[in-house]
Design a protein around this ligand. Structure first.
Ligand SMILES: [Zn+2]
Length: 119
């Protein structure tokens, strides 16, 4: 269930904050925590799935075979800078990462076609 108590939600709503209901990052994290528990207990595969969905959400979903660190395809990669990693060559993604990216893209396509249908 959700991480916020009724009092906290009520206080946020009184303050005019509707981030509880509308922040897509919070909603995504909330959904994963509902389904899989605290992030510190997630497996690597679960982290990969969360990151893949998060990246799609932020509009920079990676191709499934993209670099392990930054998601850029091998043929476009050369050397890239990524926060926390620094300069790096293309690195083979983990198989769990490839799978997670495929799932996230498929889910995003399904969501987008629903949205298109509604408007
Ligand atoms: Zn990279």
């Amino acid at each position: 269930m959700a991480e916020y108590t009724q009092d906290e939600k009520a206080a946020a709503l009184r303050a005019g904050e509707n981030w509880l209901e509308t922040d897509p990052e919070l909603l995504l994290m909330g959904r994963f925590m509902d389904d899989h528990g605290d992030p510190s207990t997630w497996s690597q595969a679960m982290e990969d799935l969360y990151m893949a969905e998060h990246n799609v959400l932020m509009g920079n979903g990676a191709v499934p075979s993209g670099c392990q660190h930054c998601g850029i395809p091998e043929r476009e990669h050369a050397r890239r800078w990524t926060d926390g990693i620094g300069w790096h060559p293309w690195v083979q993604p983990r198989s769990s990462q490839t799978l997670a990216r495929m799932k996230a893209r498929r889910a995003a396509r399904a969501t987008n076609s629903l949205k298109d249908g509604a408007r």
